[in-house]
Design a protein around this ligand. Structure first.
Ligand SMILES: Nc1ncnc2c1ncn2[C@@H]1O[C@H](COP(=O)(O)OP(=O)(O)OP(=O)(O)O)[C@@H](O)[C@H]1O
Ligand SMILES: [Mg+2]
Ligand SMILES: [Zn+2]
Length: 276
């Protein structure tokens, strides 16, 4: 490669870093939703927290960096909505008046392609998601990531100054072992942990409202204490969550019980957990 070529590349990189810094300066709070294990409810939590805050009048962004499935757009009923371009910028898909959504998987025509995306490509794509999407002024940005501590959370942690982790777990022991790994990861990359959220914490019987501890309950809280990180709260297993997810509508907007389930956690994000 010639010297000029290398210099051009370096200049391009610097310009992108500048754009990233400019974009990030306009976003007050950035939360990376993570988990050690798959299927614990990260996307559900990301979508509902975002929708609840937008419902309360905040401007909110939701960025889905999981290449393997467009969970968040599906959960919001936005599947098939095009991401439009404006000049060099990508315009996020609007959801209601105050929420904007961008999903990596939704941008990919061929979902099978995602499987062969290697690290450096993924890192480049995630950087572009921050530098080239017109987020505008946001109070909150939620980033939904695939499980584990791979390229996606790593890139977000490295590129997004000021991002903080929200770790989702279920109450079982296997899942709790995994959150220790997530916390260790956050510490290694110097990303503050906002706290642990225990999802699928007991089943609320839809008939009588009684609680059944299907997978036990309270493990997330115990682990949070042991690891010295805040506990954000519990969300029970609710059949309504599955239904609302399939219908493409966030549970918090459909049902007062949904609002209640998430309200304690939302309060902590607004008041407690958001001090820089
Ligand atoms: N509290 C809950 N009660 C009932 N069902 C739930 C709850 N939370 C999540 N689910 C359901 O569990 C499934 C997995 O949830 P979700 O896709 O949010 O997990 P995830 O952690 O994002 O998964 P992945 O690791 O694959 O990205 C979904 O069908 C969702 O509707
Ligand atoms: Mg997901
Ligand atoms: Zn009952």
């Amino acid at each position: 490669m010639s010297d000029t070529h290398t210099r051009d590349r370096e200049k391009e990189r610097q310009e992108q870093d500048k754009r990233i810094a400019e974009q990030l300066a306009r976003i007050k709070h950035k939360f990376l939703i993570m988990s050690g294990k798959g299927g614990v409810g990260k996307s559900t939590v990301a979508v509902n927290l975002a929708a609840a805050l937008a419902d309360q009048g905040y401007s909110v962004g939701l960025m889905d960096v999981d290449l393997h499935g467009p969970s968040t757009v599906k959960m919001l009923g936005l599947e098939g909505e095009p991401v439009k371009m404006s000049g060099q910028h990508l315009l996020p898909i609007p959801y209601g008046e105050r929420m904007k959504v961008v999903s990596m998987a939704a941008l990919l025509e061929d979902r099978d392609m995602a499987v062969i995306w290697r690290g450096p490509l993924k890192i480049g794509a995630i950087k572009q998601f921050i530098s080239d999407v017109l987020w505008g002024e946001l109070d909150y940005l939620f980033i939904d990531s695939p499980p584990g501590t791979g390229d996606e959370p790593l890139t977000v942690a490295q590129v997004m100054q000021g991002a903080r982790g929200i770790i989702v777990t279920t109450p079982q022991e296997v899942s709790l072992l995994d959150i220790r790994k997530s916390i260790t990861f956050c510490r290694q990359v110097n990303m503050p942990v906002v706290g642990i959220l225990e999802n699928m914490s007991g089943l609320i019987c839809p008939h009588c409202g009684g609680k059944i501890d299907l997978f036990s309950s309270g493990g997330g809280e115990r682990t949070a204490r042991e690891m010295g990180v805040p506990f954000l709260g519990k969300i029970p297993i609710r059949p309504e969550i599955v239904i609302s997810t399939d219908q493409g509508q966030p549970y918090v907007l459909l049902d007062d019980k949904g609002k209640e389930d998430f309200s304690g956690i939302i309060d902590k994000l607004i008041h407690g957990g958001t001090k820089e």
